[in-house]
Design a protein around this ligand. Structure first.
Ligand SMILES: Cc1cc2nc3c(=O)[nH]c(=O)nc-3n(C[C@H](O)[C@H](O)[C@H](O)COP(=O)(O)OP(=O)(O)OC[C@H]3O[C@@H](n4cnc5c(N)ncnc54)[C@H](O)[C@@H]3O)c2cc1C
Ligand code: FES
Ligand code: FES
Length: 1411
């Protein structure tokens, strides 16, 4: 018996409730000496130890009682006080009872099994448990955590990437096991880990890229094939491309090519142009073409190469994965209840009863149901972190019901769009389901594969409810409402209500859950259902407009409408769904009667009153007409004349076929040898590390920029107080924090010739997105929230200028524009020319869209300097910026970069800004800091491709020969004239054409936009597009074939370019001639003409263009070092370029191996650094690879010269023997060389090429597809044709994005970019590729002044994508001609479907059945 003394012991206890987030702090007078007093204080409860009872009972309980007493009066006045936070309760006779921690409320609900308070899952076979009730250590994995956060933060999978965190980029894929209702089993699915909730993973088996294979243990066949097909350039998307295929093969080990293309709508690749990725994946297709045919994969071989038991290479002798899957799958669902550190609760009920009880209990709380959790990808305001209670519905098995009776098809609420797609596809021939075919097709266009796998239809429908986003153009609403589906809706009292969908839309959903969808079965054959959707991009894109029509028709009575039809449009206006008046009008009318059609359009026109939407009101209204017209054409086809039938269907695609034709010279291999990237295997397995993948120091802070929200004004006050009060926020820095000696300028003074742009605004604000401060926080998420909370006030806020037209109108010109460039007498030549052609053409800006956003990390070095790692294309500039901002010598700053996830020019100058901010924070706070921009910040803050307009007057002779060109270049150079004044246009404006007289005037325009930055082919892309547009205009003006006019003007040897370059090795005439012959241009032009004659509503166009592209070496310095290691004679190379995905490291290795005559395996490339490769120039302009190779050649020559005397004394030594001997004889085995070429006319040589595209447009919708693309390219003796073809393809597809898809939208009032997200900014995806995609390198054309006979590639290929726009233009010309318009028009870039359709100038009066 042991006496316990309380007497005389005093403990003071404080309980503080924080008003911000209602979290609670406790301070007590005891000391936690390891006995767990703090934990017990937090958990409280009856089982506390004696000593803690003292604290709890006498202190804590009493303090809480005081507070509860004080709060009770307020609570009594409130309708529905805060949600309850249940203490761990007890299960008795199936009833779970507990008490609310905050208010003492007692509640209970029926449970069938014990609730768990932790989640367990396996990742790549290894089991993980997240203890949900241990608040401090695992607070980061609280409810509302997404899987991606767990995988990356815990370090479990660094191969799982992320970029947009909204389901739009697809770089974050993982696979999970989940219930498959059609097969009633557990299947593996690909999911977007940025959307999928961590707590939804309870009981699942997750496979990430690391679970498939790695270079040490062996690659998975998908990884291997992607690597071997050169499907990984920068590699940032590669792991997700692999996992996407893995998911597909798991579901369907025998896919067809077209299924693969349908499936590849998730992950954006900005580098490759997709062909190589698709080819790699199609090697698994049952119908793979002969050149891709490989062994199909056995289902057993699909699982990873690594044994989940041993972590070693799989020997194939055990079935560990299967056993693990069996244990961890979610076939036996267990209820889960979890409370995170902030009190957020997660419930996983497993029966409808349990769910309904929870709904009853929480109906007045801030709760949300969760299934796929994809809604916040579309509407961030529904992010799980906005809710106190999350109730997962995934495990309610009743909601997976699929039952077909006599009258109805009932579908449970948990079915995914993919489940529906599969089901409808299976029933597409079932006459009772006349909607199955159209619905299954339509569902292919809902979101992307990851979302289709994980979302449920009910969640989609809810988004359209009146209390959510009634204007959401839900594709599922459209389908279901078109057949008048019904819904079963349950409430907490177990009432089951049957509701029509319109009733559902108006319902208050609090405390309710959708249980089932009831679709009708049709007994008659007179039902005609069709659905439509027109999008900017063909894959993963919200609709401009969608529509569904359902009519019962008597086909024998001129298509008499037997009963009131259904006509629905989504995307017209928030409250517009049904075309009610048109439905009424058409009831009882004959659809085959042209006068009925005419009248119906009138009625429709009156009731369509478009509100704001994703495209202009005019376009969306005209699309609604088009849908109705297409429907009538299709269902009444027997009444439609053949040429009008082209309007009935959409564009038909066949799988993409790509060819690559090039030569190689085995005698000089490995130079010219086609081979994949050296580190391809590391990229496709996720073992390659990017900056954000490196382990972070424990005290590292996250830096988040605070950006201006106005575009023109002056800062009055900055108040960071609200932000600093937020948990985990450490500091806020502004311009005044720049240390003495440092400069508030992120433009490196010496490199940018004294140009100044403030790192953090000291007052003036010139664009929305301009950095004005930095938040430093413990986590990036916390930092982002805090950055939004910083209060900034402005004065003198003026309306922004965000377009070229506006800038010209408001005379927003920079003073002292650059002087015009003049050759000959342009004005005189034009005045005396037989013909003068004038016009204007423009092209917009473009976001570089590197999937790895800007990342910089800085750690103060112990000598007062700064060690920097940066995703930079120009380390030298980063070094100077950091030194300048901190006021320290450059020598104290070291900058390194090993690998970057795409750049495209965006990481040349813009990284300086990020580096400046990060270094400042690291210096001031004396802790390591990492700044990784999120996508919207990256898009808003950093410069993009500049927008231009060109006004021109051309003098030509009767044959179309250019006599003089007088052009004015309006360049949107943003808020300061720093990186561009428009003069770069002059370098390429002539493209491939000779003109003796030029006058080029530059008008730099000041707008309230970020100063433009490089973007692949910065000046050349608009310049060459302008020239080609002018050639088109000349040809149209003279009524001549555009190709003929082009050929007439081509350069030849001896002619001088406007820059004064006398052409010596000009082959453009030869290239163009060969291309025209090879693509059968003349025959195909005739076929296009005939097609256009035969088809009223589909039109084709074919266009061809040449390209002469000057490659600049001048002024480019790359410092290269070659080191031979004496021990094993292996070689290290360090070069000043950056491998951005273009394969520079591989080429450098090939050249080094060639120079030394050793195997490539002996050579490694080291990371670039400002120490070994100091003073190196920017990686860009397509010439870095060859210049670094030149550096290697020279450095090798130095070494070979030094080694020669030793070698001469030896008898045919091996490389190893020679190196050993040289070392013994003290030969210096390290050499470096810095390239320094000076070309007086700027360009060292030209690349010559030609390309053609045949395109087809749907005149009624403006959608297009590219039927065929051919490019003939003079790459000299390509150093590595496989990589160079990859560069050409990737460049071309990025150009397609620029010319056809990508458009930045600025708010006219605030100047902010309104589409800084993947939801509305759309780089190309696989189906944007031409269906025939043919690249050919001219053979036997060594470049006499190139490195080992090679030429550059990439940017020239990008600029040639303008030819796609021109082909589309020709198709539009044909449509306009049918509509009575033959005048010339300009097709500005980007040529979006909206622009294309509006330019066709359709008239609804022409929407008839026959002429
Ligand atoms: C990148 C991307 C592209 C997309 N593209 C398209 C597109 O082209 N067309 C289109 O139509 N949609 C599109 N969507 C929207 C997508 O279809 C919806 O986000 C999805 O269907 C929601 O389902 P979920 O299971 O993820 O719902 P969750 O996000 O889990 O929940 C959404 C809402 O529904 C509620 N909810 C869920 N289940 C039920 C239920 N049984 N009863 C009552 N309420 C419930 C939740 O409380 C929540 O409020 C896209 C989404 C993304 C992320
Ligand atoms: S990060 Fe998940 S889709 Fe972009
Ligand atoms: S390789 Fe696909 S984004 Fe770079």
């Amino acid at each position: 018996m042991f006496g316990i003394r309380w007497n005389g012991k005093q403990f003071s206890t404080h309980v503080i409730i924080h008003y911000g987030d209602a979290s609670v702090s406790v301070g007590h007078g005891g000391i936690d000496i390891g006995q767990g007093i703090n934990t017990k204080v937090v958990t409280g409860g009856p089982s506390t130890s004696e000593l803690c009872c003292l604290v709890a009972k006498e202190g804590l309980i009493e303090a809480c009682a005081i507070l509860k007493r004080r709060m009770s009066q307020v609570k009594a006045k409130m309708d529905h006080p805060t949600c309850h936070v249940p203490l761990k309760g007890q299960l008795t006779n199936g009833v779970y009872a507990c008490t609310c921690e905050s208010c003492g409320h007692f509640f209970k609900f029926r449970a069938f099994q014990d609730f768990k308070t932790s989640i367990t899952f396996t990742v790549n076979g290894k089991e993980f448990t997240v203890e949900t009730r241990v608040p401090v250590t695992t607070a980061e994995y609280a409810p509302a955590t997404v899987l991606n956060t767990f995988l990356r933060r815990s370090g479990v999978s660094k191969g799982t990437k992320g970029c947009c965190y909204e389901g739009g980029c697809g770089t974050c894929l993982a696979t999970i096991t989940a219930y498959e209702p059609l097969l009633k089993t557990t299947m593996r699915y690909t999911v977007n880990s940025c959307l999928y909730e961590l707590y939804s993973c309870d009981g699942t088996d997750i496979v990430t890229i690391e679970g498939l294979g790695d270079p040490t243990h062996g690659l998975h066949p998908i990884q291997e094939r992607l690597a071997n097909h050169d499907g990984a350039q920068c590699g940032f998307c590669s792991t997700s491309q692999v996992l996407n295929m893995y998911g597909l093969l798991k579901a369907n080990p025998r896919p067809t090519q077209s299924l693969i293309e349908d499936h590849f709508d998730v992950t954006i690749c900005r580098c490759t142009g997709y062909r190589s990725i698709l080819d790699a994946m199609k090697t698994f297709a049952v119908d793979a073409p002969p050149h891709l045919k490989k062994e199909l994969i056995d289902i057993e071989d699909l699982d990873g190469k690594l044994c989940k038991k041993t972590g070693q290479a799989c020997t194939g002798t055990c079935h560990e994965r299967d056993q693990l899957s069996g244990n961890c799958d979610n076939q036996i669902s267990r209820p889960l209840y979890a409370v995170g550190a902030t009190g957020v609760q997660w419930y996983t009920p497993t029966t409808l009863d349990m769910l309904l009880q929870l709904l009853k209990q929480h109906c007045e709380d801030n709760y949300r149901l969760v299934f796929g959790n994809t809604c916040f990808g579309v509407y961030p305001q529904y992010h799980p972190k906005m809710y106190k209670i999350l109730i997962e519905t995934r495990h309610i098995r009743d909601f997976y019901n699929i039952s077909m009776g006599d009258q109805t098809l009932n579908l449970g609420a948990n079915l995914t769009p993919q489940n529906l797609l599969d089901l409808f596809k299976e029933h597409r021939e079932n006459p009772k389901l006349p909607y199955a075919g159209p619905f299954s097709e339509h569902m292919k266009h809902i979101a992307q594969q990851g979302v289709r796998n994980t979302a449920c239809w009910a969640g989609n429908l809810v988004l359209k409810n009146k209390n959510f986003q009634p204007g959401f153009p839900s594709d599922l609403y459209l389908c279901f409402e078109s057949v008048k589906a019904l819904l079963y809706i349950y409430d907490g009292d177990n009432n089951k209500k049957v509701a029509t969908i319109p009733e559902f839309l108006e319902m208050d959903l609090k405390g309710k859950v959708i249980g089932e969808l009831v679709l009708p079965l049709y007994s008659s054959q007179d039902v005609f259902i069709r659905t439509y959707k027109v999008t900017l991009r063909l894959q993963n894109c919200r609709g401009y407009l969608n529509g569904a029509l359902n009519f019962r028709l008597d086909t024998n009575k001129n298509f008499l409408v037997k009963e009131r039809p259904t006509i629905i449009f989504g995307g017209i206006a928030t409250n517009f769904n049904h075309a009610v008046q048109t439905e009424k009008y058409l009831t009882g009318k004959a659809l085959g009667d042209p006068s009925v059609l005419r009248e119906a359009f009138k009625v429709l026109s009156q009731e369509l009153q478009p509100g704001p939407g994703f495209a202009s009101p005019e376009y969306r209204k005209s699309l609604a007409f088009s849908f109705f017209y297409k429907y009538v054409l299709e269902v009444c086809k027997i009444k439609v004349s053949p040429e009008f039938m082209s309007g009935a269907t959409g564009l038909m695609r066949t799988p993409i076929v790509g060819t690559q034709d090039y030569g190689t010279n085995p005698k000089i291999w490995p130079v010219t040898e086609p081979m994949p990237k050296r580190d391809a295997q590391y990229l496709t397995t996720g073992t390659a590390r990017y900056l954000d993948d490196f382990p972070t120091p424990p005290d590292q802070l996250a830096g988040v920029p605070v950006m201006s929200t106005v575009a023109q004004g002056t800062i009055v006050t900055i108040d960071p107080t609200p932000a600093l009060k937020m948990p985990g926020v450490v500091a806020f820095l502004q311009a005044s924090d720049i240390p003495a000696g440092g400069v508030n300028n992120w433009r490196p003074m010496s490199l940018m010739k004294g140009k100044v742009q403030e790192l953090l605004s000291s007052g003036p604000v010139n664009y929305a997105g301009q950095p004005i401060g930095i938040i430093l926080a413990k986590t990036k998420g916390g930092g982002l929230k805090a950055a939004e909370a910083v209060k900034v006030t402005y004065k003198d806020v003026k309306p922004p200028i965000v377009t070229i037209e506006d800038a010209i109108k408001r005379k927003s010109f920079f003073p002292n524009p650059p002087p015009p460039k003049s050759v000959g007498d342009a004005k005189g030549a034009i005045a005396s020319a037989p013909h003068r052609v004038s016009g204007s053409i423009s092209c917009g800006d473009q976001f570089q869209f590197h999937l790895e956003t800007q990342v910089v990390s800085c750690i103060k070095s112990d000598n007062g300097g700064m060690d920097v790692m940066a995703t930079s294309q120009w380390l030298d500039g980063v070094q100077e910026t950091v030194a300048q901002v901190l006021g320290i010598p450059e020598s104290k700053v070291t900058v390194e970069s090993k690998r970057i996830g795409g750049a495209f020019g965006g990481k040349i100058t813009e990284t300086f800004m990020v580096a400046g901010m990060t270094a400042l924070a690291a210096k001031v706070l004396d802790v390591p800091v990492k700044m990784r921009l999120n996508l919207p910040t990256n898009m808003k803050m950093c410069g993009k491709r500049a927008a231009y307009r060109l006004d021109y007057t051309i003098g030509v002779d009767n044959d179309g020969k250019l006599l003089g060109l007088d052009v004015i270049v309006y360049a949107d150079v943003g808020c300061e004239m720093i990186t561009s004044d428009g003069t770069s246009i002059f370098n390429w404006i002539d493209n491939a054409y000779f003109c003796p007289n030029w006058l080029v005037t530059f008008v730099p325009l000041r707008t309230n936009k970020a100063v433009p930055a490089s973007c692949r082919g910065p000046g050349s892309t608009p310049a060459i597009f302008f020239m080609e547009s002018m050639m088109e205009h000349v040809a149209r003006y003279l009524g001549k074939d555009e190709a003929v006019v082009r050929i007439k003007n081509l350069y030849k040897n001896g002619l001088t370019t406007p820059r004064g370059m006398i052409l010596e090795y000009c082959t453009i005439r030869n290239v163009m001639g060969q291309h025209i012959a090879e693509v059968a241009y003349k025959d195909r032009r005739a076929q296009v003409y005939q097609f256009n004659k035969d088809n009223r509503w589909k039109k084709r166009g074919i266009a061809i263009m040449p390209n002469m592209f000057g490659i600049q070496w001048s002024g480019k310095q790359f410092n290269t070092e070659v080191i031979i290691h004496h021990g094993d004679a292996s070689v290290s190379v360090g070069h000043g370029g950056i491998d951005v995905g273009q394969g520079i490291n591989t080429k450098v290795i090939q050249v080094c191996a060639y120079e030394f005559g050793i195997p490539i395996e002996k050579i490694e490339v080291k990371k670039s650094s400002t120490t070994t490769n100091a003073n190196s120039s920017v990686t860009g302009g397509s010439s870095t690879s060859e210049l670094c190779c030149l550096g290697v050649i020279e450095a090798c020559a130095i070494l070979k010269k030094r080694m020669a005397p030793v070698k001469a004394k030896m008898d045919h030594p091996t490389w190893e023997q020679l190196v050993t001997k040289c070392f013994e004889e003290m030969v210096d085995l390290t050499a470096s060389y810095s390239t320094h070429v000076k070309d007086p006319t700027k360009f060292h040589y030209n690349c010559y090429s030609a390309a053609s595209v045949e395109a087809e447009i749907d005149v009624l919708t403006g959608q297009y597809q590219l039927l065929q693309m051919d490019m003939l390219y003079d790459c000299g003796d390509s150093m590595n044709p496989e990589l160079d073809i990859g560069q050409a393809e990737g460049g071309f597809v990025m150009g397609l994005g620029y010319f056809l898809l990508e458009e930045l939208v600025y708010d006219k009032k605030t100047g902010e970019i309104t589409n800084a997200s993947t939801w509305s900014y759309k780089p190309p995806m696989p189906k944007d590729l031409p269906m025939k995609f043919n690249f050919k390198f001219q053979r036997n054309r060594p470049n006499p002044i190139g490195v080992l006979g090679s030429k550059a590639v990439a940017e020239p290929a990008l600029v040639m994508s303008a030819v796609a726009l021109l082909a589309i233009k020709h198709a539009i010309e044909s449509a306009r001609a049918d509509n009575g318009y033959t005048n010339y028009f300009a097709l500005n870039a980007p040529a979006t479907p909206e622009k294309i359709q509006m330019l066709c100038m359709n008239k609804v009066e022409d929407y008839t059945l026959r002429k």
